[in-house]
Design a protein around this ligand. Structure first.
Ligand SMILES: [Zn+2]
Length: 336
């Protein structure tokens, strides 16, 4: 029997005190872009956390037969483009501390992944420091890295640029992976979860492929979420371009995994057919972008375990996707 580990969950149901703290911070930086302020306190009780989790993520986890969710702050709320480096630092620290509280209340059900206090035009150092704090002092097992902290304008350096290298080095040193995950778009050309998310997934993969920079970081591990954006569907395009250009396509698969947040059976069938099973991690991103029921199947679109169960995978391959691949990518994940 496999454990079923969902590697992609966000705390999308936070109690009202979280949004209230953030709204006050946003109002302050809107009035004064140089506003520093102070970390202050987010007023949330343990009972409120229990209430927010038990009727949502925990209930669905039990109903759908998952054992553990790798849990991080709500991605669309990271909003690194808002305010300045202080804004992002205080906000990220609060969000990460809240994730730690969830995992302390439900240690069997959730394992913590942090957001980073990225900020456009600001050195990556504070993200390195927050990663170190979360992993070494609070037991986090991974991080989310926003490849576009501008929120849809992409004016910052690409992921292979030396700007990012201190973060990649720290991840290797701490032996933690990153999910490469954008936040909400503030550019009206993009729908956040419809086009910006999937475009960013594809973009991150291409930046790694064309640069080949990951070869310089032997232990560096990325998860490309949302089923890998366009990558699995256009596998031949990327592989063919790599062969033309001399990019190391096969070598990239030592560093990159794709999750299963694809919300229909045929999409999952394609994913598991095209991408090597060793590069796929089970995930649902439940209580996320698509919360409804598919009228054709009667199941929730984001109940992705059904698609894996119904796929033509062998039991052995299913076990790898549900459990063993994820354990290998997240070596700090402590499990029974
Ligand atoms: Zn997500």
């Amino acid at each position: 029997m496999s454990l079923v580990i969902d590697c992609h969950g966000h705390y999308t149901t936070t109690p009202p005190g979280v949004g209230a703290w953030r709204d006050a911070q946003k109002a302050a930086v809107a009035a004064d872009p140089a506003f520093v302020g102070e970390k202050g306190t987010v007023h949330v009780t343990d009972d409120e956390i229990r209430e927010s989790i038990e009727g949502a993520q925990l209930k669905l986890q039990r109903e759908r037969g998952a054992d553990l969710t790798i849990f991080s702050p709500r991605a669309s709320w990271m909003a690194h483009h808002i305010g300045n480096e202080h804004t992002s630092l205080f906000w990220s620290q609060h969000q990460n501390e809240l994730i730690r509280r969830v995992c302390d209340l439900y240690p069997e059900n959730f394992a913590p992944v942090c957001q980073l206090p990225q900020s456009p035009g600001v050195a990556i150092d504070s993200s390195v420091a927050e990663l170190e704090r979360c992993v070494n002092e609070m037991g986090f097992i991974g991080c989310n890295v926003n490849p576009d902290p501008t929120g849809g304008f992409w004016t910052g350096p690409p992921l292979h640029d030396r700007y990012w290298w201190p973060l990649w080095e720290k991840m290797c040193e701490l032996d933690v992976p990153a999910m490469i995950h954008v936040s909400a778009a503030c550019n009206d050309n993009f729908h956040s979860t419809g086009s910006h998310y999937l475009g960013a997934d594809t973009t991150a993969f291409m930046q790694a492929l064309t640069s080949g920079f990951m070869a310089d970081f032997p232990g560096l591990r990325w998860i490309i979420p949302h089923g890998g954006g366009a990558v699995p569907y256009h596998w031949g395009r990327f592989k063919g371009m790599a062969e033309d250009q001399g990019w190391d396509f096969a070598g990239l698969l030592d560093h990159i995994w794709f999750d299963t947040c694809v919300y229909h059976q045929r999409g999952i069938d394609l994913l598991v057919d095209v991408v090597p099973v060793s590069n796929i991690l089970f995930a649902s991103e439940m209580v996320g972008a698509v919360r409804g029921v598919d009228p054709e199947t009667g199941n929730h679109y984001d109940d992705t375990k059904i698609y894996i169960d119904n796929s033509s995978l062998s039991d052995d391959d299913r076990h790898r996707i549900f459990e063993t691949n994820t354990r290998a990518v997240f070596p700090r994940l402590a499990l029974p």
